[in-house]
Design a protein around this ligand. Structure first.
Ligand code: CIR
Length: 265
């Protein structure tokens, strides 16, 4: 396996803290149940570990209610890690907590210094480019700073628009392999994936667009049978994980981990 955008030796996760009940949400559909969230989180870690990856599980961090959503604090590439600058004021400090963890794996952890903002959830890395959706959390200044950093490593960054009312770019899409993207129809309609093969999420099943390809598995939230069948039919092995509690906070499968293969040193 050598496709860096979906084969990984490592993942970092953080257990949901008790204060996760206070996490950010666009619409209040109920308070997440902490116990159930922990159960789902344990299942999620087991799914990642079942592929042979080494999964780091960080302690809960009550000072940051949304800290279970580790993806937003960093971007991990083979060349180095980049510490993000999250656009929600209550989450800004999460990257400073994540950076030393990543320094355990990487020689280089480069910070986005601002004034722009950028969340990891708005970044989709494929084998040929890095797509970033401007959103309520990510602005063009943040994208530009990312472009400067990863440009030195040979990456091309394409700035796109996250659909109105959608939290993050990857709320609506996932990479399934180097050429295939699972996407909501509303996002794919913008033409942003025209050079890729697109599998559309079934109507009414939009929340499962936030899935992840992790080694041999596509990890999907439970409860979206039509899309699950379409993904299976396309030849992928699907592993379902409960996501009812994270979904109350607009979170899905990608948000719960940083996935990477650190350089050997
Ligand atoms: C937030 O609003 O920031 C959290 N409640 C959810 C973050 C989800 N993260 C992601 O999509 N990468």
């Amino acid at each position: 396996m050598n496709n860096f955008s979906y084969t990984f030796t490592h993942a970092v996760t953080r257990k949901p803290c008790a204060a996760v009940t206070q996490g950010l949400r666009a619409t209040d559909t109920g308070t997440p149940n902490h116990e159930r969230f922990l159960e789902h989180h344990t299942d999620y870690i087991a799914a990642l570990e079942s592929t042979g990856a080494q999964v780091t599980v960080l302690d809960p961090l009550d000072e940051f209610p949304d800290s279970v959503f580790v993806e937003d604090a960093a971007l991990c590439l083979p060349e180095g890690a980049i510490s993000m600058r999250p656009g929600a004021p209550s989450r800004l400090g999460e990257s400073a907590v994540m950076a030393p963890v990543l320094a355990g794996f990487y020689d280089k952890v480069v910070p986005i210094q601002g004034p722009g903002f950028i969340d990891g959830g708005d970044i989709l890395v494929t084998d040929r480019e890095i797509l970033v959706g401007a959103s309520s959390r990510t602005n063009s200044a943040g994208v530009e700073e990312l472009r400067e950093i990863v440009g030195q490593w040979g990456y091309t960054v394409r700035e796109l628009q996250t659909p109105e009312g959608v939290l993050h770019f990857k709320t609506d899409c996932s990479l399934l392999d180097e050429n295939t993207i699972l996407s909501t129809k509303r996002l794919a309609a913008s033409g942003c994936f025209d050079s890729y093969t697109v599998i559309h999420v079934a109507d009414g099943e939009e929340p499962c667009a936030n899935s992840i390809r992790f080694n041999d598995l596509v990890v999907m939230p439970d409860g979206f049978p039509k899309t699950e069948m379409a993904v299976q039919k396309a030849g992928y092995t699907v592993r379902k994980v409960g996501n009812s509690e994270a979904a109350k906070l607009d979170g899905g499968m990608s948000c719960l981990s940083l996935r990477f293969s650190p350089p050997t040193r």
